[in-house]
Design a protein around this ligand. Structure first.
Ligand code: ADP
Ligand SMILES: N[C@@H](CCOP(=O)(O)O)C(=O)O
Length: 324
């Protein structure tokens, strides 16, 4: 009998997407075709085994009991499928930790998707998303779905406990490019959440609701009367960015430089320190990427021009496996 081996890829994501703190997030993929996300490999084994490999494995705690992926496996074995055959689970940790690219969500989503598929549990989308959010909240210091939902489902997702079905996919113009730059240093999400105010005043709350709802409504149009330009003009974050900016060295210089190079919007990806800019053509996207390469990132950093990853979490193809 052929041995069953499964490789599940989960993409990086941009939490908040500027206007939707904890409520809006996008899955992304580099236009170069490179993969930007974690991979979970599962195969049969005589007893359960966990391995963490990949570029950023050594940035995670040595103790497997502190690795979210292993915690997901323990939970699945104990509470969901105790009779699942024993397995070897390998997490290929390809996203930097504390990056603002939804790294913890990526491992959790890849792991639960792989376990569900391998064990043929057929958990519903809702059940899986709840389970994933439970485990991601262990790491980030708050329950939010804006990395989990897009990472799992792909695209731009409006998401949260009040959203029917937890998630609504929002259409996005196909000519929007997202330039993401990870500077090479980490910022812990729970630390970046701890600097936020505990309450929003009335005026700010009303503005937040107006901005997010108008942005979503404009994206639902066909864009023929300038609605996409209006949506871009609304991309401003008054909720989290002002409190987090000082935690990110190089933020204010980038905020000043990128609009002059053609960025239509620019902010923090998730809790940072990755920054991202939105451009509506490749020429401007290249100019922003060059500037960020030269001025924002160090030797450990990277910069990609991306578009939305509409598929989300998926099994890797043979050709992708042979490449890597
Ligand atoms: N597989 C994993 N991937 C990412 N982070 C993990 C994982 N397992 C445990 N962690 C821990 O979770 C925390 C994640 O930090 P966080 O700032 O939320 O990262 P990110 O913003 O990149 O998701 C870190 O303390 C890290 O050590
Ligand atoms: N909405 C969250 C998003 C955190 O994203 P991460 O990629 O930094 O984990 C927040 O802004 O705290």
């Amino acid at each position: 009998m052929l041995e069953k081996i499964l490789h599940i890829y989960a993409p990086a994501s941009i939490g908040n997407f500027v206007v939707g703190f904890d409520a809006l997030g996008a899955a992304i993929k580099p236009i170069s075709g490179e993969l930007l996300g974690d991979v979970v490999k599962i195969s049969s084994c005589e007893q359960d085994e966990f391995i963490c490999s990949g570029k950023y494995a050594d940035k995670l705690p040595d103790n497997a009991n502190e690795n979210l992926s292993y915690l997901c496996l323990l939970h699945f074995r104990k509470h969901i499928k105790p009779d699942m055959p024993t397995i070897k689970l390998e997490l290929q940790k390809n996203l930097p930790i504390g990056s603002g690219l939804g790294s913890s969500a990526c491992s959790v989503v890849a792991t639960f998707t792989a376990l569900d598929k391998f064990a043929n549990t057929l958990l519903s989308e809702d059940e899986l998303i709840e389970l994933m959010a439970d485990f991601e909240s262990l790491a980030s210091g708050g329950r939010h779905y804006d990395n989990i939902s897009p990472c799992y489902l792909g695209g731009l997702q409006l998401t949260g406990e009040l959203i029917p079905g937890r998630s609504i996919k929002i259409p996005v113009p196909s000519d929007w490019y997202y330039i993401v730059a990870f500077p090479g240093f980490s910022l812990n999400t729970s630390k970046a959440r701890s600097v936020l105010p505990k309450q929003l005043d009335m005026h700010k709350s009303v503005e937040f609701a107006q901005r997010l709802s108008a942005f979503i409504a404009l994206l639902q149009s066909n864009g023929q009367s300038g609605e996409y330009q209006q949506a871009l003009a609304l991309m401003k974050d008054d909720v989290a960015e002002p409190h987090r900016a000082s935690l990110i060295s190089g933020f204010s210089e980038s905020k000043q430089a990128l609009p002059e190079l053609g960025a239509q919007a620019m902010s923090i990806s998730g809790a940072g320190p990755t920054l991202f800019a939105v451009c509506t053509n490749l020429n401007d996207a290249n100019k922003c990427a060059d500037w960020l390469q030269k001025n924002y990132i160090n030797d450990e950093g990277f910069c990609h021009i991306c578009q939305l990853d509409d598929t989300g979490t998926r099994e890797l193809t043979h050709s992708e496996l042979n490449k890597g």
